[in-house]
Design a protein around this ligand. Structure first.
Ligand code: ZN
Length: 515
């Protein structure tokens, strides 16, 4: 045992001494003396010469300055070897004097090896060098996700792509796209054109108007697929839906004009009593499933006050006819009904934890719960999901909501702030390890008008601590060492277009502007 620990310590030390830093940390790494130089023409052996990872290597890693020549013999600079012994997403990477050799069982595995190479490569003009290394690497959790809120704020297609690039740089595999909010409905639905014609323009703040056409969305999905990333759409129902209710007031309990909240949410939610609401939801789900190939479709379910449902004749009749106890159980029924609809289509339904605090109706087994409200309910959301035997994604507000700034700002008081050390040492989502845990999610909500220019400094570099927890299997590095690694990568990530904000509370200068 002592020898194993010594060997582990040595391998970490070797990586450290040679100044090689990859974020998230690779799991097993030995850096050796020497470098491999890549010529202007790069010879490549691969089973599939059309694979997306090869064009990524050429365009994104070698900056399109090198010619890639594919070959069927293995005497090449890059060798991508299929090996069925390696699990999905894992890879083995060896760089020595005969070149770069990668073993993986899937294209995803090869692609993650390329992400590691991307951080190891040194490019100076036409000259590219790589250090001699031996790496064996695989993710800690299966589902590794970043959520962007395009409901409250609209981001351009280019900005969406920028954060999809970030997702892959950090070896995550899911882009959770929050597409509807009180402040805007952003996804074009042919059957209900007013959702975007009206619903995408209900807010008046900066960068709060706009929507994604079906062509925009196809372009984004293709971009993500070329990076082996799934795009999981989210339509938030029945609450956070004032934009949709403005476009179609009949979706609400009382067919009334509703107020669009500048922040937070109101009591105006979709009616669960009217059959017409269900027909609407099923039609929207049909178009979503046609557009998004994602196995997971997120249907929200959070923060839906039931005041209207308690008074609405349609909702009251539904509660009575189904033998439910109250409006809380009515939301379980609504969630279960749309989830079953997705199940019939072979998809999984994801909901925020709010739907599991009531019983009254059986939840189908294709439901996955996103545990988020640690500040409000501690780990109740996780426990209740486990009791029901459902899958869970851990993305607790402490410490995965990266919109919470490092120091107080706008609507975020001191209680809604945290730094990279809080994440690294105390993230409740990292500790959860039951078999039903699918993985982790981190999020950037855009409450209080977080415009495009503000996003980077909310995310960077704190997201590295979360990426490390998603990917790295070993005993965590001491915090100071991890922090130094994060700071040492500043120039590299900034050269890729991502601007660092402060990482620690003690790093924030007096009068620092988060805007
Ligand atoms: Zn109603």
């Amino acid at each position: 045992m002592k020898r194993i620990i010594l060997a582990l310590l040595l391998s970490i030390t070797v990586c450290r001494l040679n100044g090689q830093t990859v974020i998230p940390s690779v799991n097993d790494c030995t850096v050796k003396k020497g470098t491999f130089t890549i010529g202007k023409e790069v010879t490549v052996y691969a089973d599939n010469h059309e694979a997306a990872y090869l064009s990524f290597l050429k365009n994104e890693v070698l900056n399109n300055t090198h010619r890639i020549v594919t070959s069927n013999n293995k005497n090449t600079a890059f060798k991508f070897n299929y090996s069925s012994n390696i699990r999905d997403e894992a890879y083995k990477l060896t760089i020595n004097k005969s070149g770069v050799t990668i073993y993986a069982s899937t294209e995803k595995g090869f692609f993650y090896a390329i992400q590691t190479i991307r951080q190891l490569i040194h490019i100076s003009g036409d000259k590219c060098t790589l250090p001699f290394v031996e790496i064996t690497d695989s993710p800690r959790v299966k589902f590794r996700s970043f959520m962007l809120d395009s409901g409250r704020q609209y981001q351009s297609v280019e900005t969406i792509k920028k954060y999809i690039d970030m997702v892959i740089l950090l070896k995550m595999n899911n882009f959770h796209w929050h597409l509807t909010e009180g402040l805007g409905w952003r996804v074009e639905i042919d059957k209900y054109p007013l959702l975007t014609q009206k619903g995408a323009f209900v807010a008046t703040g900066k960068e709060q108007q706009g929507f994604y056409s079906k062509n925009d969305i196809k372009e984004i999905i293709k971009y993500a697929q070329e990076r082996y990333i799934n795009v999981m759409p989210e339509i938030d129902i029945p609450g956070h839906a004032e934009a949709a209710l403005t476009a179609y007031p009949g979706l609400g309990c009382f067919n009334q004009k509703v107020e669009v909240p500048e922040t937070g949410f109101t009591h105006n939610i979709m009616c669960a009593g009217k059959d017409s609401t269900l027909i609407f939801l099923k039609n929207v789900i049909d178009e979503l499933c046609e557009l998004f190939p994602s196995e997971y479709i997120h249907l929200g379910g959070d923060e839906a006050p039931k005041g209207n449902w308690d008074k609405c004749p349609h909702c009251k009749a539904r509660i009575k006819n189904l033998g439910l106890k109250n409006s809380g159980e009515l939301q379980v029924w609504l969630s279960a009904t749309v989830a079953q609809y997705l199940k019939d289509k072979g998809r999984k339904a994801v909901f925020w934890e709010d739907i599991i605090y009531h019983d009254g109706y059986p939840i189908p087994d294709n439901v996955v719960i996103q545990w988020w409200n640690y500040r409000g309910h501690g780990d109740d959301g996780l426990k209740k999901t486990m009791e029901k035997g459902l899958g869970v994604i851990c993305g607790t507000n402490y410490y995965n909501y990266l919109n919470f700034p490092v120091t107080a700002w706008s609507g975020y008081d001191i209680n809604r702030t945290f730094d990279i050390k809080d994440i690294y040492l105390n993230n409740p989502s990292y500790r959860a390890a039951e078999p039903l845990v699918l993985g982790m999610n981190c999020a950037l909500w855009t409450d209080y008008n977080v415009t495009e220019a503000m996003i980077d400094r909310r995310i960077f570099p704190r997201i590295f601590a979360i990426a490390e927890q998603m990917w790295y299997n070993g005993q965590p590095l001491p915090f100071d060492e991890f922090y130094n690694k994060v700071i040492s990568k500043k120039d590299w990530f900034e050269s890729k277009g991502y601007k660092y904000g402060p990482a620690l509370k003690t790093d924030v200068p007096t009068n620092y502007s988060w805007e």
